[in-house]
Design a protein around this ligand. Structure first.
Ligand SMILES: [Zn+2]
Length: 342
């Protein structure tokens, strides 16, 4: 996938993001962050986002065992409504009708539907995009749900079946322009990596069958969508923290930085997305925050970044020495957090 600020431009290009069931890797640890898609044109960073609203979407007219096409449309509508319901974000969506076209076709129609992709045996669903490479405007985004898995639309979830609405909320986050967040905690067991907790629906690994907690957005998700489509006083009422992550005087690329709201206990994160270690976390409630920096360790780094710049994993987690007071409608002023190699 493509992340903000990292990629040379193609006129029209596809990026695909996958929600995987399990990954096998590294030891357990909490981590953090939302991320926007984007690329660079010369020295200018362009964010991939929708510019025309409502975003019109189609749903394929095919069901799978236990989930009819109408059920799919209903689950998708609830998932879209969840994102549209964020009071500080302006994005809106509209169901345009059923279609016999497939997701993944460059037909100008944003389409959600089931497809059988048994060879992707760890991929529940995936989102792909058509982007205007000059403006960053999202022109089309398609989501397929892998019918090789068992799905459910039961209100409280269903044993051994994946909750379609939960997975749709995650994929519609991508469709809207959000990348993966790393605010979650995993452990590695005999059967692979297991998610213990995710404080963002945009965490790249699904919690499990019969889990419906991902129908609800977390503060990190709300900050991400509001940062992309600010509305309702978002820019006036929230603030940001920015600065640089350094190690031995040089910038650190791909560090996770999380802002912990002392008063509310909420986590919002982002990554350092430039070689000089610069980062910014927007959408924070005004007030004191503890800032923590850590390497990615709860999923493959390519769940978050293209392999354009090497992600630095070789440093120890660290809290910034002092609390940062986030001002209302402004930035805290640049801070520098120096981390040490492992
Ligand atoms: Zn994903």
């Amino acid at each position: 996938m493509t992340v903000y600020g990292e990629r040379s431009i193609a006129a029209r290009r596809r990026i695909a993001v996958l929600l995987t069931v399990l990954l096998v890797l590294l030891p357990a640890h909490p981590a953090l962050a939302y991320l926007k898609f984007g690329f660079e044109i010369g020295s200018r960073s362009v964010t991939a986002r929708w510019l025309r609203f409502p975003v019109r979407y189609f749903v394929t007219n095919r069901g799978v065992p236990g989930v009819s096409a109408t059920d799919l449309q209903g689950a998708a509508a609830r998932a879209f409504a969840t994102w549209q319901g964020v009071p500080t974000a302006a994005i809106t969506y509209d169901f345009a009708g059923f279609t016999s076209n497939q997701p993944g076709e460059d037909d100008g129609r944003t389409t959600l539907g089931f497809q059988s992709v048994p060879e992707l045996d760890r991929v529940l669903a995936s989102t792909s995009f058509l982007i205007d490479g000059l403006t960053g405007e999202l022109l089309e985004a398609d989501i397929f749900f892998n019918s090789a898995f068992a799905w459910s639309v039961a209100a409280g979830g269903e044993r051994n079946r994946w909750d379609l609405e939960t997975i749709a909320v995650h994929e519609i986050g991508h469709l809207s322009g959000l990348g993966h967040s790393a605010i979650g905690e995993t452990e590695v067991g005999a059967s692979g990596r297991r998610v213990l907790a995710a404080e963002a629906v945009m965490f790249p690994i699904a919690l499990g069958t019969n889990d419906v907690s991902g129908r609800l957005l977390r503060p990190d998700d709300v900050a991400g969508i509001s940062d992309l489509y600010p509305d309702g006083g978002f820019n006036d009422d929230t603030g940001s923290v920015s600065g640089r992550i350094t190690k031995s005087g040089a910038g650190v690329f791909g560090a996770h930085i999380v802002a912990f709201d002392i008063a509310k206990g909420e986590l919002v994160g982002n990554f350092s997305l430039r070689a000089d270690g610069q980062f910014s976390i927007a959408g924070l409630r005004p007030g004191p925050h503890a800032i923590r920096v850590e390497p990615i360790d709860d999923a493959d780094t390519d769940s978050f970044f293209d392999n354009v710049d090497p992600v630095d994993l070789n440093f120890r987690s660290k809290y910034y020495e002092q609390l940062v007071i986030v001002p209302r409608g402004a930035d805290s002023g640049a801070i520098e957090v120096e981390v040490a190699g492992k």
